[in-house]
Design a protein around this ligand. Sequence first.
Ligand SMILES: Cc1cc2nc3c(=O)[nH]c(=O)nc-3n(C[C@H](O)[C@H](O)[C@H](O)COP(=O)(O)OP(=O)(O)OC[C@H]3O[C@@H](n4cnc5c(N)ncnc54)[C@H](O)[C@@H]3O)c2cc1C
Length: 384
Amino acid sequence: MSEYDAIVIGAGPAGCFTAKEIAEKGFKVLLIDIKKEIGKPVQCAEAITEFALENVGLKPQKKWVVKEIKGIKILLPKNKCFYSTVKCLSINRYLFDNYLADTAVSAGAELKLKTCMKTIKSENNKYTIDTNNNSYSSKIVVGADGYLSKTARILGLLKQREYINAYQYKFNKKDIDFHTDDWLCMTMDEVFHGGYGWVFPRGDEYNVGVGSRDAKLDLLNNYCKSLGFDIKKKKCLNAGKIPYFFDIKKRIIPGAIIVGDAAAMTNPVTGGGIHSAMYSGKTAGQLTVESLEKNNMEIMLKYDEIMKKSMFLHPIHRKVSDYFQRWTNKDWDFFADAAGGLDMKDLTYFKSFKTGLKNPRYMLRAGELLAIRKDMQINQKYGF
Ligand SMILES: Cc1cc2nc3c(=O)[nH]c(=O)nc-3n(C[C@H](O)[C@H](O)[C@H](O)COP(=O)(O)OP(=O)(O)OC[C@H]3O[C@@H](n4cnc5c(N)ncnc54)[C@H](O)[C@@H]3O)c2cc1C
């Protein structure tokens, strides 16, 4: 049986980052993925902020950046918009994931595709991973196997999972008539039950999708209809699940760690998870290196605390997504009056207070509104 210092299960952004961090310090790393080809099928709206890349030490690369975007435009009732001028990029997620995998391999990780982890056994401070091909053993195992993570379940780290359902069509730009190709547009409406609809421009294409806890394909079809898009002209459909709330005991036990969607690092308000996947993978990789160098698995245990204290897992995200789930279009009308036409940076306490005075019943919900304002500020940097 081949032996490794670390085995990383799943070669998405989280797994590739973890594998790269460990391999580049000279440790023997196996990176496995069930897929035949990295990054296929794409299950993503393909948006990321420039800050996310900078935060994990990546520079935008021509080969996977499709378009530079001015920021996020939140489409509200009464034809009003709210802006967040945060520099974003539309990326080619297939090429991006392949770039991350190539980086891990160049650092020394051994990548095996068409390799599905079936079971994990732990004995004498060692893990044995059985796959459809072979069995492998290692001192450390990393679960980077996405939202359905079998690793988290086998290791007993998980109690319960709840998801956001997401559906998306790709359209050629020439086939739809939309008012902007410079902003990531998100539609807020009670039909999304706390989620949203999106139209993300990407040069000669648009990604048009919906995400909500109870979304079905009909919700996307109706959203397209409301925008005047002819669904017969769609190029393709992709769908997937986004972690909303995972009841996780902890994200680590000595020698075993979960990262990215497997560890529910995804933001429940925006649904963005590439940034947190890379960040958690990088952090897990660095702690694994320290543990291996000092031959002390206790060092890795710091991971849980670091992640819990990170902005990605700030408790306010859950709170705000629960508020949005209860919001009706009356609430969105109020928000449109309060924030319509403004940019995030201009939404001062004073302005919020003035609008509140005109709508006294919202003054009673000042705590809710302040929490939303705070969450939006965090999400400008950590939401995508
Ligand atoms: C429709 C949709 C749109 C989205 N849009 C955005 C967006 O615009 N921006 C953003 O930031 N986030 C977005 N997200 C979320 C984002 O895609 C995820 O958060 C991100 O992919 C998480 O990365 P990961 O590495 O943790 O998991 P993944 O990318 O899911 O990678 C997990 C890997 O593990 C492999 N695997 C699973 N089980 C096994 C096994 N048993 N053995 C071996 N391999 C296994 C899988 O094949 C997969 O390659 C979107 C999600 C969806 C569904």
